[in-house]
Design a protein around this ligand. Structure first.
Ligand SMILES: [Zn+2]
Length: 331
């Protein structure tokens, strides 16, 4: 697909497109920016633009066999590792073996390491060896959300490419185009995405209804003082979606407490619930700060069990219970 398909990343597109068109690709890039804004897509687009049989200055055609294989990440010249929790030494070892043995006649190979900010030291050191002496016709793309967590020795060998959050309007257009939300949940999906189309897609995959139900149950349990212990286990992505949803509810509670009106509320179909919750939370701003910190911890790969435990304790401390202030009035 052409470079123009990468929505909202003009800077990154210009940088990569110009390098490729001048045949001056760097041997290693570090794509950094928020989750789900197009870093992995950009790696695919770059590979297509490099390998497509009918490519133009605008990029790959997106239709030929090569482009389709790359689009499905089945192309032998494109290798991707990481993307879950930590990048493991074993994965890097296997990739390095491919770097050193894969035939060069593939004519340009792209190796992607997702989550370079969540690499064990051993894995990073193994990767460093090939970054220091890269074979010809080989491009490494490392992706990271927390740039400061990428080892300085790795960072210094890569050219950095910044990826930005999209605007709500851009995300809304993508939600509509891909059918990621039913109309009543479109606004809340865009709010939860927070500029990340990948998050909107993940919310659709995980089931927005389920996410809202889970977070609604947490709030009720905190207020009812029934939830003294957090869920034992949760996938990282599932937790991230729920933290975002929790923040959206808390913003609604804050708006209701401040104005007593439904205008500006994201969860428009849940006004009675918001009103009921607003009576119980004395300090939504403190709650939002707790949620924000939990989000940061998640980005820095803190143990999920610990994160949930702290979230539970702090949210329980913030709840106002039956002695909370009235649901109206200034904060
Ligand atoms: Zn093509």
């Amino acid at each position: 697909m052409p470079w123009t398909e990468l929505i909202g990343q003009t800077g990154a597109v210009e940088q990569l497109q110009a390098a490729l068109n001048r045949n001056r690709l760097h041997h290693a890039y570090l794509f950094h920016g928020p989750t789900g804004v197009g870093k992995r897509t950009a790696a695919r687009i770059l590979t297509q633009a490099w390998h497509c049989r009918v490519k133009s200055a605008e990029g790959g055609c997106g239709q030929c066999r090569t482009c389709r294989l790359i689009g499905e990440e089945l192309f032998p010249g494109l290798t991707m590792i990481g993307g879950g929790g930590s990048v493991r030494l074993e994965e890097v070892r296997e990739m390095v073996a491919r770097v050193l043995t894969a035939p060069l006649e593939l004519g340009g190979r792209v190796f992607v390491v997702r989550g370079a900010d969540r690499m064990t030291a051993e894995a990073a050191n193994r990767l460093l060896k090939v970054l220091e002496e890269p074979p010809p016709e080989t491009v490494f793309i490392l992706t990271a959300t927390a740039l400061e967590d990428v080892l300085p020795t790795i960072r210094s060998r890569c050219l950095q490419v910044a990826f930005a959050r999209l605007t709500d309007r851009q995300v809304d257009a993508l939600v509509g185009e891909h059918g990621w939300a039913v109309s009543e949940e479109r606004a809340v999906t865009v709010a939860l995405a927070g500029g990340s189309p990948g998050m909107a897609a993940a919310a659709a995959d995980n089931g927005m209804q389920q996410i809202r139900a889970d977070v609604g149950a947490w709030l009720k349990a905190w207020v009812g003082r029934e939830a003294e212990s957090p869920p034992l286990e949760m996938e990282r992505d599932a937790l991230e979606l729920r933290l975002r949803m929790l923040a959206a509810y808390m913003r609604d509670i804050m708006v209701w407490k401040k104005t007593g009106q439904s205008e500006g509320i994201i969860n428009q179909d849940q006004i009675p619930f918001i009103r009921e919750q607003a009576a119980a939370w004395a300090d939504p701003v403190a709650c939002l700060m707790t949620i924000e910190r939990a989000n940061r911890w998640l980005a820095h790969n803190v143990h999920i069990g610990l994160l949930l435990e702290v979230l539970w304790i702090e949210m329980s401390e913030h709840r106002g219970g039956k002695y909370a202030d009235s649901s109206r009035g200034p904060l």
